[in-house]
Design a protein around this ligand. Structure first.
Ligand SMILES: Nc1ncnc2c1ncn2[C@@H]1O[C@H](COP(=O)(O)OP(=O)(O)OP(=O)(O)O)[C@@H](O)[C@H]1O
Ligand SMILES: [Mg+2]
Length: 356
């Protein structure tokens, strides 16, 4: 059996309901629309529909429609004859032809042009198409599976998507739940990805997560769903030494750059906060002086306002650097790795010019 099927992990009721629906749909030769937030597993579900169907030994062809220029999409889907447009030197087989007798998975098809939508309707209804620039009608037998994270009924209401095409595409709709709606799967998935990463790093075993790490994983809202969970776990495993129980989850690789600000190191009681941040005050910035993410204490409590936090952090760093250099802007710029003009730009932007 194909590995895509074995790799779908989850035991929550809502996830198992989806799996059950997919098993029933797989054998029916009708188009299916898969909807769900980014990273919820739409592509894996499309593969499952194919490999559980009678077409499993025929081609499973995928196309991400959003990744292709609107003009090229038509020829990518339906193929073109040589000379049909500038640059079309030889005949090109479209994805429908390549997928003949198998399944064609069209990802993010919500934004396709009306010409493409019209041709799609015809191929779904009658199994007929013409290559771009060709006049021969080809008969094809393809099962169509489409996915989107857009609200297609809303796009139909706005006149941006054909209602008759949506009706045809959505013989049945599989709606994937976001990860936050299936919290009981979070730890199972986390453990699965941790084991895979442990293997990839050639480590002997995975020590596990502490209770507080598990709590953090379950409480997080996972806007990027399973893909985000996979990334977070892989990063955490790779940053934690082998054989060590995981207590801290590295949710955000960027967050750390702003974390040290305002936090004091208990071992440096004689230093001022500015001394800690800028130990080599009068030297130009060197890499040794940069704050390393790994030295940074992670105490952020979500939710936070990211933009406001970045704003506050920048103002705070600049104010500390100004104070440290006794408001010598040239030295201050050097200390922050900025040109004098860049620093002036920040001072203006944050209205810090008149501060002393
Ligand atoms: N139930 C699951 N079990 C194991 N891995 C999963 C599961 N769901 C998703 N994944 C993994 O999460 C990642 C994202 O999955 P996938 O690409 O199928 O999502 P998607 O909904 O198509 O995302 P997008 O909307 O961004 O295209 C992949 O690495 C996939 O293997
Ligand atoms: Mg996808």
């Amino acid at each position: 059996m194909n590995q895509n099927i074995d790799n779908l992990i989850g035991e929550s009721t809502c996830f198992l309901e989806v799996i059950e629906q997919v098993s029933q749909l797989a054998s029916i030769n009708k188009p299916v629309l898969i909807v769900g937030e980014r990273g919820t597993g739409k592509e894996l579900i499309a593969a499952r529909l194919h490999y559980l169907s009678g077409r499993w030994d025929q081609p499973f062809i995928k196309l991400n429609c959003a990744a292709i220029n609107e003009n090229l999409l038509e020829s990518e889907l339906f193929g073109h004859e040589s000379g049909s447009f500038t640059g079309a030197n030889k005949r090109h087989l479209g994805r429908f032809e390549l997928a003949n007798h198998g399944t064609l998975f069209l990802d993010e098809l919500g934004n396709s042009s009306s010409a493409v939508q019209e041709k799609l309707l015809r191929v779904i209804e009658y199994g007929e198409l013409e290559r771009v620039g060709g006049n021969k009608t080809l008969k094809i037998d393809v099962r169509l599976v489409a996915a989107t994270n857009e609200n297609l009924p809303e796009r139909v209401n706005k006149g941006e998507f054909r209602a008759d095409l949506l009706d045809r595409l959505a013989f049945d709709v599989v709606t994937l739940p976001p990860l936050r709606a299936r919290t009981s799967d979070i730890i199972i998935l986390a453990q699965h990805f941790a084991m895979l990463m442990t293997k990839e790093l050639d480590r002997e075993f995975f020590a596990g997560f502490t209770e507080s790490a598990q709590k953090a994983l379950v409480q997080y809202s996972w806007p990027g769903n399973v893909r985000e969970l996979k990334n977070v776990i892989e990063r955490t495993i790779y940053k934690t030494p082998a054989d060590v129980l995981i207590d801290e989850i590295q949710f955000d690789p960027f967050k750390s750059n702003y974390r040290l600000i305002g936090e004091s190191n208990s071992h440096s009681s004689n230093m001022t906060s500015a001394d800690e941040q800028f130990p080599t005050a009068n030297k130009a910035m060197s890499t040794e002086n940069q704050i390393s993410p790994s030295t940074i204490i992670e105490t952020t409590q979500f939710p936070i306002n990211l933009k406001q936090s970045i704003y506050d952090t920048e103002v705070h760093i600049i104010q500390m650097a100004l104070k440290h250099t006794q408001f010598n802007q040239k030295k201050c710029a050097e200390m922050l790795g900025l040109t004098y003009h860049q620093l002036r730009g920040y001072l203006k932007k944050y209205q810090l010019l008149d501060q002393k």
